[in-house]
Design a protein around this ligand. Structure first.
Ligand code: PLP
Length: 408
């Protein structure tokens, strides 16, 4: 029998966050070793419980959840999302403009499948949350990575964005708050991005899944709320229960279209086809959306200065930047930081190998920077979800590993 090959469509598709290094970590755990995991933004296993009322709502509604529902999602859940868009000053979103999916992930893939023809280009940040690059490639598109500038708070470089636009560019992806850098963008920057999108007729895809995970009293502006009265741009915004409500495993996310919906009728029809093809998203979790969005926002207790997430961010930042040759922009949002290793001190050729050696020697799991489409092997991502003791332990191990690395 001939070898069974994967589809050519997967040729440029990868997702290192769950790649070979975490697979090695899994094997090591099976062998009985304890690994400290700083590699994935999965809150519940670190003791960040989903709000009790959200869980109770799912349990109570489980008996009503056995049937398929509307492909776009339960009306009451979409109504709650609609009210959420209003609270974020995004005008003109109706229940029909909202799609609920099995996490934002499913909808990101759907949004790209519905848009791209072979060779179409999409501007994706660099570093990025790699699903975006993968989703563009899977849909036959070409991801064009624009620089987020470490020297400027990891903000997108407008010059670089402009330089990457071609006749084939269809859209730009904005991840704000950002994974993996923890950056939070100011309104003036968002307005400048809108201006570029307007000049070049680009759709704006806004991934705002961390919009409540904000430190130091910061506030978040949805880019779609800054549209002009002319409504000349289409925005597609993504959010969900995974991060703000610590419910990654419930697989409840949503996207909505806003702005110039008139010119996008055909695309929206495409999205509707794709939504109906997969019948509907996981129903029990949809029952929890209204409760989550409407009730007490317990995430605020975690991000205030004395909250667990804020304290862990502060500690991780302090300890990491004390290591010689490690620098980092302090995250203002989300669950991540993206430190830099000075190449003069750490001449790393292959950062995946570097992260694998760290795992094997010190039992700490990170993700290498190139896993986020960063081009140089001089960054890694830290997820600051483990408690203070484990973070202290993990970063001490990283420091020891780096000290030995310097002596090599
Ligand atoms: N977008 C970003 C920036 C993320 O970091 C993640 C998950 O880590 C997702 C989307 C996917 O979220 P979901 O659990 O809703 O699929």
């Amino acid at each position: 029998m001939t070898t069974i090959l994967k589809s050519n469509k997967l040729q440029n598709v990868c997702y290192e966050i769950r790649g070979p290094v975490p697979e090695r970590a899994r094997q090591m755990e099976e062998e009985g070793q304890r690994i400290i995991k700083l590699n994935i933004g999965n809150l519940a296993p670190f003791g960040f419980d989903a709000p009790e009322e959200v869980v109770q709502d799912m349990i109570r509604n489980l008996p009503n959840s056995a049937g398929y529902v509307d492909s776009k999602g339960l009306f009451q859940a979409r109504k709650a999302i609609m009210h959420y868009t209003q609270s974020k000053n995004i005008s003109d979103v109706t229940v029909d403009d909202i799609y609920i999916g099995n996490g934002a992930s499913e909808l990101i893939v759907m949004a790209m499948q519905g848009l791209l023809n072979d060779g179409d280009e999409v501007l994706v940040p660099m570093p990025d949350y790699p699903l975006w690059t993968a989703a563009v490639s899977l849909a036959g598109g070409t991801p064009r990575h624009y620089l987020c500038d470490e020297a400027n708070e990891w903000y997108p470089s407008l010059d670089d964005i402009r330089s990457k636009i071609s006749a084939k560019t269809k859209a730009i992806v904005i991840i704000n708050p950002n994974n993996p850098t923890g950056a939070l963008y100011p309104d003036s920057l968002l307005k400048d991005i809108i201006q570029i999108a307007r000049e070049h007729s680009l759709i704006i895809y806004a991934d705002e899944i961390y919009d409540k995970v904000l430190y130091d009293g910061a506030t978040h502006t949805s880019i779609a709320s800054l549209e002009s009265k002319e409504k000349d741009i289409l925005f597609v915004t993504f959010n969900g229960l995974s991060k703000n409500y610590r419910a990654c495993g419930f697989r409840a996310g949503w996207m909505f279209v806003s702005g110039n919906k008139k010119i996008a009728k055909d695309y929206i029809e495409g999205l509707n086809i794709l939504a109906t093809m997969r019948l509907c998203a996981n129903v029990p979790a949809q029952y929890a959306i209204q409760t989550a969005l409407g009730g007490y926002q317990s995430i605020n207790d975690l991000v205030k200065p004395t909250g667990r997430l804020a304290k862990q961010r502060d500690l991780a930042y302090k300890l990491l930047t004390e290591i010689p040759g490690v620098s980092c922009v302090k995250p203002r949002a989300a669950l991540y930081m993206f430190p830099k290793l000075d190449p003069a001190i750490y001449p790393i050729a292959d950062d995946q190998q570097f992260i694998l050696e760290l795992l094997q020697e010190e039992k700490v799991l990170l993700v290498q920077g190139t896993g986020f489409n960063w081009q140089q092997p001089d960054h890694f991502r830290v997820v600051f979800l483990p408690n203070l003791d484990d973070l202290t332990d993990a970063i001490a191990r990283i420091a020891r590993f780096l000290e030995n690395y310097r002596k090599r």
